[in-house]
Design a protein around this ligand. Structure first.
Ligand code: PRP
Length: 212
């Protein structure tokens, strides 16, 4: 648990990172300019009484659940997969994409088909709710390879622009849910640092793109 008044923010590296730091700046928070290029993992911003922890996106809910970060920014995809005990405070409307079932255009239903994904919990729940028995295979990236090389019949993965699907001759069959980044909070921090968290939430809320 945090023991100072500093607000610790778990920030995901990678895809969400640039959009999230832009949103913080638009919200009037003084994020250092070298923030985007640094290899440092902990960046204090004394004037804002904050400290940024630069984390692998999938680990952000874990840091927040354990309270080593008070708040964090994370995609709805990761939140659904990780199912951690955290508060979801705000839809930031950034890093917009969707979680979909994808396959080759000539795909035909099979008995006990294989589904490859980075999101085994999400995929298992989706097919279970539809009464479809599938074998879920966990991969860590380049999921689109799986149907192309015969590892799986379908995949469950994120689609943003659709470019990866198009370039690999795959089609989207169904959308599971829309994905944007969310602001999450540790349950105890939310009580103990309520003023700071609520103030940040309000400022970010005002900077969220219209229509989100
Ligand atoms: C994600 C996702 C798709 C791709 C979709 O992969 O898993 O492969 O982006 O984006 P698009 O619709 O704009 O083409 P990511 O780039 O995160 O890398 P990964 O293959 O390692 O998961």
């Amino acid at each position: 648990m945090t023991d100072t008044g500093v607000l610790k923010v778990a920030m995901p590296k990678g895809r969400i990172y640039k959009q999230a730091s832009k949103l913080f700046r638009e919200a009037g928070l003084s994020i250092p300019e070298d923030f985007d290029d640094t290899r440092r993992l902990i960046i204090p911003v004394a004037e804002a009484n904050m400290e940024f922890i630069l984390a692998k996106p999938v680990d952000v809910p874990t840091y927040v659940e354990y309270g080593v970060a008070d708040i964090g920014i994370v995609g709805k995809d990761v939140l659904m997969e990780e199912n951690k005990d955290v508060y979801e405070l705000l839809d930031l409307g950034i890093a917009r994409c969707r979680m979909s079932v994808i396959g080759l255009p000539d795909w035909k239903p099979e008995i006990n088909p294989r589904v490859a994904t980075k999101y085994p919990n999400v995929a298992s729940q989706y097919f279970r709710e539809r009464g479809q028995q599938v074998e879920v295979i966990k991969l860590n990236g380049s999921i689109e390879l799986a149907p192309l090389i015969g590892l799986a019949d379908r995949i469950v993965d994120m689609v943003e622009t659709g470019k990866t699907l198009k370039e690999n001759g795959l089609v989207e069959m169904e959308t599971l849910f829309q994905v944007t980044s969310r602001l999450i909070a540790n349950r105890v921090s939310y009580r103990l640092k309520n003023h700071a968290i609520q103030a940040l939430c309000d400022r970010l809320g005002q900077a969220v793109p219209a229509g989100s």
